[in-house]
Design a protein around this ligand. Structure first.
Ligand code: GTP
Ligand code: MG
Length: 218
């Protein structure tokens, strides 16, 4: 076995024990204010967190939610508002998650759910720039069109084309109970579960590279 194979085997082992020992894949839920991020988190976990109030504050704006039996943690962020001081705060926080490879694996973000309100009928330049920045980090990212119940199929298709052109997976969902279904919610969950191993593995790989860089510097 050569050095490379040995390293890969070690990473594989570390990843499996991380996932087995209750290590969660951490998912950052991002998007404009009012996009429906918190509603989505509640829906996915089937818990009304505003009532039960169990989440761990990560920063002043971000809360981490976990439920028993689910191998994911959802980091519910406070949405950005365009053209405000808050915007700076938002960009700083996002930068922090993009450059978190020196953090412990359990505190890193492994995947991004980027929410866009479907009834807004547009993917903004700011969305595209942000998606691109996240993509560069190598972490899996998907766009979630929220509130699809209040959108039209035409609008949805137009937005989907924009994402297809840049090769970003996307799902449209709704969280309201009386909707016929939640549209592509199940497909979103399936996609997310498929990404768990590769995304956590990637975090271990990056940590390994980071350690090697440190050793080289010494
Ligand atoms: N029609 C419809 N409304 C929704 C849906 N999801 C959320 N909403 C409504 O949208 C509003 C905002 O939802 P939130 O989940 O609080 O939005 P958020 O993205 O967490 O907002 P911030 O925390 O301010 O960033 C609420 O009034 C929700 O009831 C949906 O699927 N369909
Ligand atoms: Mg919220």
């Amino acid at each position: 076995m050569n050095k490379q194979q040995l390293m890969e085997q070690q990473i594989e082992k570390a990843m499996h024990s991380f996932l087995k020992e209750d290590g969660h894949a951490n998912i950052l839920v991002v998007g404009a204010t009012g996009a429906g991020k918190s509603a989505l988190v509640n829906k996915v976990f089937n818990v009304d967190f505003s009532e039960v109030g169990v989440g761990k504050p990560v920063t002043q704006q971000t809360t981490r939610y976990t439920v028993d039996g689910m191998p994911i943690s959802l980091f519910d962020t406070k949405g950005y508002e365009i053209a405000s001081e808050e915007h700076e705060r938002f960009l700083r926080e996002m930068h922090h998650y993009m450059t978190d490879r020196h953090q412990k694996i359990e505190d890193q973000i492994h995947m991004i759910w980027y929410c866009i309100s479907a009834p807004n009928s547009r993917v903004t330049d700011m969305d595209l720039a942000m998606i691109n920045e996240f993509k560069k980090t190598g972490k899996p990212i998907t766009v979630i069109f929220t509130k699809a119940d209040a959108s039209t199929l035409d609008d949805l298709q137009q937005m989907e084309q924009i994402l297809d052109a840049i090769d970003i997976p996307h799902f449209y969902v709704s969280t309201i109970m009386d909707a016929q279904q939640n549209f592509q919610m199940n497909a979103l969950i399936d996609w997310t579960f498929e990404q768990i191993e590769p995304s956590v593995k990637y975090a271990f790989l990056r940590a390994q590279h980071f350690n090697i860089d440190l050793i080289k510097k010494k």
